[in-house]
Each structure stands twice: as structure tokens, then as C-alpha cells.
Design a protein around this ligand. Structure first.
Ligand code: PEP
Ligand code: MN
Length: 370
């Protein structure tokens, strides 16, 4: 769709996943400088992050140190050579960040939802060539995420990455923000050139979940990770439970497996090709079976129509679903998947039945009128 420069180029990652780390919030000069020093010593971090203006859910909580924090980041960069990244939520933030030599900007999840704010940021970016990372909106709306990326792109920058930080939801979950991996995967399908960065800190909300989420992101071929780190996480002024010390960050990173995204060995490629052919053949069978199932559903629709019966028969639907759920465990399939899969099949069956019933109705009317 458009021409984008991968994050590996603007962060010079040498083919490795891009690692952006630093505190949720800049709190004091000492904290920013010390964190930067330790992260730089680790040798694995490509950019230092810190929130200066914090969009908080409730009032009377710490809302960031403001512009003074930009000076601390400037100093941290001078001391360590690390590139710096801050969150911006309006045009003034962009201006202040640019005046302090910040290298990378990111748009937070609460800002991505608002096209007015994103446009204001994009307008402030005109004529400036600075990389921008766009976090997903807090609600699972892919269009809104893409719209924000488009607005930033129209401002003239090609250095854009998308940060996946998960999505809010009302019900209980082990995640702070549920990942809904299918959304960033679809984003990547629609904009193949976009670099995907995972933010396991805000997805998990707990430090012991960072490793598992990061591994999944790497397995899905993400281009990098943004992980919150703090010299004394338990005393952090925001997002305490999800921050880790720079030492822990190194440990987490050491336990992650990075995988090759493209296969180059011809033998491996051949084996993979064979397995992919199998998958294609199975998919063809699945499509054939689904089509046959819909034909039967249409027959049922005609029968119900002739006998004036309703399409939805809750008891029968429950029976189908219960049967599938029982079998799912035996087959090694998750209940969640089976529920979604059968709901989709059921909806499609209903649509087919509605179509045949409507056709029946139309033709009986034409018969009556002729
Ligand atoms: C953050 O990165 O600290 C932040 C505020 O994140 P999000 O916009 O994802 O909530
Ligand atoms: Mn945070």
C-alpha cells in the first residue's frame, strides 16, 4: 500500500529484533540516567523509552514530569549514545520533543483512538523526518489503527512502526490488555511493509508474563519488543507491577529464542513445502465439506419453510455445540476455538437458510399473483 522503511534500518539492529526499553515514566534525572546507563551496558537495547506526559485513566494520579524530562533524556543520550523515544499526544508535545533532539516518537493507545489528536500530531510532523511508532487503539478497531498510520504517513515520514500493546476489555482476563493476536496479524497482511513491535509489558501487566508474550511475538516474526524497565520497579510511580530491572531484562532476553523468518536451506525448504502442500490439501477438503454442509443447511431451510418452522431452534443448536465441545478435547482442540468456529458455521448456515426461505416466499407470491 505504501513505502515504509523497516525499524531494523532506523534503529540499526543488525538483523536482530529491535529492543526499546526504559521506564514507563521519567521520574527523576537520576532514575533516567541510571536506567539508561544500565540498559546501554547490557549491549542489547537499541533505544531508550520514557513517558514524559502520561495519559492516566483516573485523575489525581501521577501525570508525568513534563518537559523537564526531555532534558534528562537528552543527557541520557549524550552519556550513552542510546537513541531516545517519547510518547506524544498533541502538536505541542511533538514540538517540544523535536526541540530536545528526541529520535523517535510514539503515539499512545489512548491517542490513536482520536483522529483529531492524530491529525494534529501528523500536522506538527510535516517537513520533519522522524520515526513514529503507532500503538494500537485501546479498542480492537483495526480501521482506527490503520487510519492513524495513514495520517502519520501522509505527513511525509516513511519510518513508521506499529506497536501492539493489546486491547481493553470489560471481562476478567489474565492479561491487562488482551492481545488478540489476529488483529496485528491482519494489520501486517494489509500493510506488509510495517514493522510490528510487541509491548508485552502493557499486554501482560505483570512482569512474570513478559517472557511468554515476547516469545510468542518473536515466533510470529515481529520486528521488535518494547519492554518497560526501571532501576527499582517496586517503587515506580506508574505501572509498577509490569516493570523489570535492566538485569531482569537481560535474563528475559537470554531465554528468548529468535527464529529465522525466511528459510534459506534447500532441504528445509523442501520439507516445509511438502507440509504446506498437505495443509493446502486439507484446506481444500475443509472448504469442500463446508460447502456440502451449507447445501444440507439449505435443504433444511426449504423444509422448514414448507412447514412454516422457525430457522433458529435453540435446543438443536445447543445440542450441536455441546457435542462439538465434548469432542474437541478428544481431538486436542481448544474449547474457545471450537466455540468460535461453530458460531461462525452456525451463522453462515442461518444465512443460507434465510436466503432459501426468502426465495421460497418470493416464488410463492409470484405464483399467487399469476
Ligand atoms: C506507555 O507506553 O507507558 C503507555 C502509556 O502505553 P499505552 O499507550 O499502551 O497505554
Ligand atoms: Mn506504562
Amino acid at each position: 500500500m505504501f513505502d515504509l522503511t523497516p525499524i531494523s534500518e532506523w534503529l540499526e539492529t543488525n538483523g536482530k529484533p529491535a529492543i526499546i526499553s526504559g521506564p514507563c515514566s521519567a521520574e527523576t534525572e537520576e532514575q533516567v540516567l541510571k536506567t539508561a546507563e544500565l540498559l546501554s551496558q547490557s549491549g542489547m537495547v537499541h533505544a531508550l523509552r520514557a513517558g514524559i506526559w502520561k495519559p492516566r485513566t483516573r485523575p489525581d494520579t501521577f501525570e508525568g514530569v513534563g518537559e523537564i524530562g526531555l532534558k534528562w533524556l537528552q543527557k541520557a543520550k549524550a552519556n550513552t549514545g542510546l537513541k531516545t523515544a517519547v510518547e506524544v499526544a498533541n502538536g505541542k508535545h511533538v514540538e517540544a520533543a523535536l526541540n530536545h533532539d528526541i529520535d523517535i516518537l510514539w503515539i499512545g493507545a489512548r491517542t490513536t483512538v482520536n483522529p483529531f489528536s492524530v491529525q494534529e500530531i501528523a500536522d506538527a510532523l510535516k517537513g520533519v523526518d522522524i520515526p513514529v511508532m503507532v500503538k494500537n487503539p485501546i479498542n480492537p478497531d483495526l480501521g482506527l489503527w490503520i487510519g492513524a498510520i495513514e495520517r502519520v504517513h501522509k505527513s511525509g515520514t516513511n519510518k513508521i512502526a506499529a506497536i501492539h500493546r493489546g486491547f481493553s476489555q470489560y471481562s476478567e482476563s489474565k492479561y491487562r490488555n488482551v492481545p488478540q493476536w489476529e488483529i496485528p496479524i491482519e494489520l501486517k497482511r494489509l500493510i506488509p511493509q510495517i514493522s510490528l513491535i510487541c509491548d508485552p509489558s502493557h499486554i501482560g501487566g505483570k512482569r512474570n508474563m513478559i517472557e511468554e508474550i515476547s516469545q510468542k511475538a518473536l515466533d510470529l516474526n515481529y520486528s521488535g519488543l518494547m519492554i518497560e524497565s526501571h532501576i527499582t520497579p517496586d517503587e515506580a510511580w506508574s505501572d509498577r507491577e509490569q516493570q523489570v530491572t535492566p538485569d531482569t531484562l537481560v535474563e528475559i532476553f537470554a531465554s528468548l529464542t529468535t527464529r529465522n523468518s525466511g528459510v534459506t536451506d534447500p532441504l528445509l525448504e523442501h520439507n516445509l513445502e511438502e507440509l504446506r502442500e498437505k495443509i493446502d490439501a486439507i484446506d481444500d477438503n475443509l472448504l469442500e465439506l463446508l460447502s456440502t454442509r451449507m447445501n444440507v443447511a439449505e435443504e433444511i431451510g426449504r423444509y422448514k419453510g414448507q412447514h412454516n418452522m422457525t430457522i433458529l431452534q435453540t435446543e438443536r443448536w445447543n445440542e450441536i455445540l455441546q457435542r462439538a465441545m465434548r469432542k474437541s478435547t478428544e481431538k486436542g482442540l481448544s474449547k474457545d476455538f471450537i466455540q468460535k468456529y461453530f458460531n461462525a458455521i452456525h451463522q453462515e448456515s442461518i444465512n443460507h437458510q434465510v436466503t432459501v426461505m426468502n426465495e421460497q416466499k418470493k416464488s410463492s407470491k409470484t405464483e399467487q399473483n399469476s
